[in-house]
Design a protein around this ligand. Structure first.
Ligand SMILES: Nc1nc2c(c(=O)[nH]1)N[C@H]1C(S)=C(S)[C@@H](COP(=O)(O)OP(=O)(O)OC[C@H]3O[C@@H](n4cnc5c(=O)[nH]c(N)nc54)[C@H](O)[C@@H]3O)O[C@H]1N2
Ligand SMILES: Nc1nc2c(c(=O)[nH]1)N[C@H]1C(S)=C(S)[C@@H](COP(=O)(O)OP(=O)(O)OC[C@H]3O[C@@H](n4cnc5c(=O)[nH]c(N)nc54)[C@H](O)[C@@H]3O)O[C@H]1N2
Ligand code: SF4
Ligand SMILES: [Mo]
Length: 767
């Protein structure tokens, strides 16, 4: 077996050098956002974080760090963080800390009562964003999903990226086959509805996104931003275009129309549906879309020409375009343009990353609507219902009504549309369990809260995010601080919760985590034809052994392709790498990552078509029927009148959705919950100081902040605020308002069920 990795001897000594007599330097991946930065932390003898720096030896993040990573110590020592399980007395609405046994005992008694009385569908599950950043979320939450056996599964995905997954699923056959811009090699980047200078990127894992954009400009590339706000990213770009919120699908169709009209298409991958696509694009002339988007027709035409003429180019679109009424159509058109300009799956274009760990192996083409939700008959996507219908399912009586909820790492009262309605819905439940570090706007409705330990006590591997990385890379971090008496890893919390919801107690003398892991390991080895190799798995515990197994069976792994792949390699029939072209290093396992604690560079993105396609045609589907249906709706909508004022969101560098507002160095300054409004609008509407903002869903009163950086007719509120009743001291002192009181859960993106946060019609008046 060819080994392409450097020796880890030097690296190993760095994992734990003694900074001074009593303190030590440790390495870990930052778990807060999608940028997966390597961190170097100095801990004192009491395991207290003394300082944090970016890890300069990390081949991917190269020392980058943002204010959130740098203040992880404050988060870690937050006095309001829960350190013991909590039980709420409903009569007095008071909380008390209890033992793990007592907490699981209450769950074991109460939750099965709800499913016994009303059936499995009466228990709902909501999974929040941090599940995408934890090993517990990746490896153990699936067990909880199985244990609950409910179709009432909801997550932050339908408040976020579901449109990208549905469009990818329909075009490529697998919702996890997502193309990312080849940021480090592209000559031209068209970015819509993303602000990576504040967010550090999403569905495009790229530590130091700002530096990578500067490098693009330095090598003579061009970079254009489309956003109703002149963001920090827009200011860095060569060109910024204002766009009316919710109209990206029109702009993108205008580009597609032009590519066809001017014969600028260069399709380099196997496709089907080209003629249907051309017909669908026909009505969306640059002039027609200009009326809707506010982007002049000649600009639309120029963008199409520039994309076609650039040696390499990528279109990338994120939250601003996903959380909109035509989110899936917009995401589809992003990849359509990447195909039509010859840039899909091509270096410098939009490419499919190769995650190192074996993922879910799908064998059938993706479909949605295999079942529908009870109240609004909304289609499932990836086994989930839209979070925009969670309140309906709790509040609408009838068979299958949700009467109990489990939430894991989520705060939907602040993050889901019609947040106030969801708040009332949670208050109406008979029982609720939350796995969370905080007592917050959502978990305050729980009967039991189960807290994970300190971030430093968890191991880390980015199972989800490394599948979207702009450079192939892997990094594993062991827990930096051991669990102490009375503390439980989140993995074990979830494994025990899965037992408790089924009314089961852990078997005497058996560790539930080990039991589960052994079952998974045996099953995986069996499928790979490697049942006799159990003893070879490395790791200090069964969680690590699972990771080792996933790395070995992954595309760069020592056991890639299972017994069959290994036999073929032994016969020298195929090279020792998954790409089959001799370009990928092979031989990966956990030991390689332990020997290289700064992370392992697995090389630039490689072309992966048609191998990764799972469509029935084994071609890229350019005109999926479900999306053409929505195009008809998009066309009809051309006649609708545009509202006078609409609301969009915004992310702030020093926030992270709803849960970093209790960290003193992160709040204050520019990180405040204010309503951005164009000075012309503020003057016209007589707004200064406080304004009352009304939508179909609700009303908030908030301080206005006039700025020419937002286009006229648009106002912006960041989400995740609204901590007025919080028991978190700092958050309450910087409460802000819940933007999602204004967003409306009755509206979703039809193909994906995704929530609509952008383009919400509002009226404004002085308070
Ligand atoms: N208006 C508007 N709304 C939005 C958005 C928007 O742009 N505009 N964005 C949407 C997007 S993209 C997302 S992803 C969602 C996020 O939606 P959610 O995931 O529901 O919200 P978060 O605020 O991320 O909540 C995370 C919760 O996890 C807890 N937590 C943190 N770390 C851990 C951990 O390690 N383990 C456990 N068990 N809990 C942990 C935190 O205390 C917090 O309660 O919000 C969406 N909402
Ligand atoms: N600092 C920080 N970083 C974060 C987070 C955070 O809360 N804070 N959250 C993390 C999460 S969960 C995610 S999903 C990512 C998201 O990462 P991004 O997708 O980069 O999210 P935003 O920064 O909200 O950028 C969305 C942009 O879309 C614009 N926009 C609004 N409506 C429209 C529209 O109709 N069309 C167009 N073209 N643009 C529009 C907004 O003005 C905004 O600038 O960020 C992650 N990183
Ligand atoms: S950019 Fe994201 S991953 Fe990097 S340090 Fe900041 S929060 Fe952590
Ligand atoms: Mo997100």
């Amino acid at each position: 077996m060819r080994k392409c990795f450097t020796s880890g001897a030097d690296a190993r000594s760095l994992v734990m050098t003694h900074a001074t007599d009593s303190s030590r330097n440790l390495l870990r991946t930052c778990p807060l956002c999608e940028a997966v930065c390597g961190l170097e932390l100095t801990l004192d003898s009491g395991d207290h974080i003394k300082s944090i720096r970016g890890d300069h030896a990390d081949p991917f993040s190269r020392g980058f760090i943002c204010p959130k990573g740098a203040t992880l110590g404050h988060l870690d020592e937050d006095p309001d963080r829960l350190t013991a399980p909590m039980i709420r007395d409903r009569a007095s609405n008071t909380w008390r800390a209890v033992s793990w046994d007592e907490a699981f005992g209450v769950i074991r008694e109460r939750l099965p009562q709800v499913s016994a009385a009303y059936g499995n569908q009466a228990v709902g599950l909501y999974l929040g964003n941090p599940n995408a950043h934890t090993i517990a979320g990746a490896l153990y939450v699936p067990l909880l999903i199985r244990a609950l056996a409910t179709r009432n599964l909801f997550s932050a995905s339908t408040a976020d990226q579901m449109p990208k997954q549905v469009s990818s699923g329909l075009m490529f056959g697998d919702p996890l086959t997502v193309a990312v811009p080849d940021l480090d090699r592209t000559d031209y980047l068209l970015m819509l509805g993303a602000n990576p200078l504040e967010s550090n990127g999403s569905l495009c894992t790229a530590p130091d996104f700002p530096g990578r954009l500067k490098a693009l400009k330095q090598r003579g590339g061009r970079f254009v931003v489309v956003d109703p706000r002149r963001t920090r990213t827009a200011k860095l770009a060569d060109e910024h275009l204002f766009i009316r919120p919710g109209s990206d699908a029109y702009l993108l169709f205008g580009i597609v129309h032009t590519l066809f009209a001017e014969n600028l298409t260069t399709v380099r991958v196997g496709v089907s549906g080209l003629d249907e696509l051309r017909a669908a694009a026909a009505p969306f002339t640059p002039e027609v879309v200009a009326g809707r988007t506010g982007v002049p027709a000649e600009t639309v035409i120029r963008l199409a020409r520039e994309l076609a003429a650039a040696p390499t180019a990528a279109v990338y679109a994120r939250i601003g375009t996903c959380t909109a009424e035509f989110g899936t159509v917009a995401q589809w058109l992003v990849d359509v343009i990447n195909v039509l300009t010859g840039n899909l799956d091509s270096p410098g274009g939009a490419m499919f990353p190769t995650g190192a760990a074996l993922g879910i192996v799908r064998t059938r083409p993706f479909r949605t609507a295999r079942w529908t939700s009870r109240v609004r008959e909304l289609p499932e996507a990836m086994g989930e219902f839209p979070v925009a219908t969670l309140a309906d399912e709790i509040l609408t009586p009838g068979e299958g009504q949700i009467r109990a909820m489990v939430t894991v790492a989520g705060n939907p009262v602040l993050s889901a549309p019609s947040g106030a309605r969801l708040d009332a819905a949670f208050a109406d439940l008979e029982f609720m369990v939350s796995v969370d570090r905080y007592l917050n706007e959502t978990t305050r409705h729980a009967d039991v809260i189960l807290p994970p330990p300190r971030i430093l006590q968890a191991p880390h591997y980015d199972f989800a995010l490394l599948n979207f990385a702009v450079h192939n890379y892997a990094r594993y971090s062991r827990p930096l601080v051991p669990l102490r008496e009375g503390e439980m890893s989140e993995a074990e919390v979830i494994a025990r919760l899965a037992l408790a919801v089924s009314g089961q107690e852990p078997q005497e003398g058996l560790d539930p985590l080990t039991v589960v892991d052994e079952i998974v390991i045996a099953g995986t080895l069996h499928k790979a034809g490697l049942s006799d190799r159990r003893a070879e798995l490395l790791g200090e515990n069964t969680t690590e052994q699972r990771i080792d197994l996933m790395l070995r069976l992954g595309p760069f792994g020592e056991w890639a392709g299972g017994a069959q792949g290994m036999a073929a390699r032994a016969l020298n029939e195929t090279p020792s790498d998954a790409a089959g072209d001799g370009t990928l290093p092979g031989g990966l396992n956990l030991q390689v990552l332990l020997d290289n604690p700064h992370g392992v560079d697995l090389g630039p993105l490689q072309s992966r078509l048609p191998g990764v396609l799972l469509t029935a045609s084994r071609q890229v589907e350019l005109a999926p029927a479900q999306l053409l249906e929505d195009v008809a709706r998009l066309r009809d909508r051309l006649a609708a009148e545009a509202p006078e004022m609409v609301l969009v969101g915004r992310r702030q560098l020093r926030s992270n959705n709803s849960w970093l507002h209790n960290v003193p160095p992160l709040v204050g300054g520019s990180n405040r919950c204010t309503l951005h409004i164009n000075p012309e609008d503020a003057l016209r509407l007589g707004l200064n100081g406080l304004a009352v903002v009304k939508s179909a869903a609700g009303t908030v009163t908030v301080e206005v902040e006039p700025t020419a950086d937002i286009m006229p007719g648009v106002v912006s509120l960041p989400h995740g605020w609204g901590h007025g009743d919080s028991t978190q001291q700092v958050a309450r002192a910087h409460a802000g308002v819940n933007a999602n009181v204004l967003t409306d859960d009755s509206l979703v993106d039809a193909p994906s069920g995704n929530a609509v946060f952008n383009g919400v019609p509002v009226t404004l008046s002085p308070a």
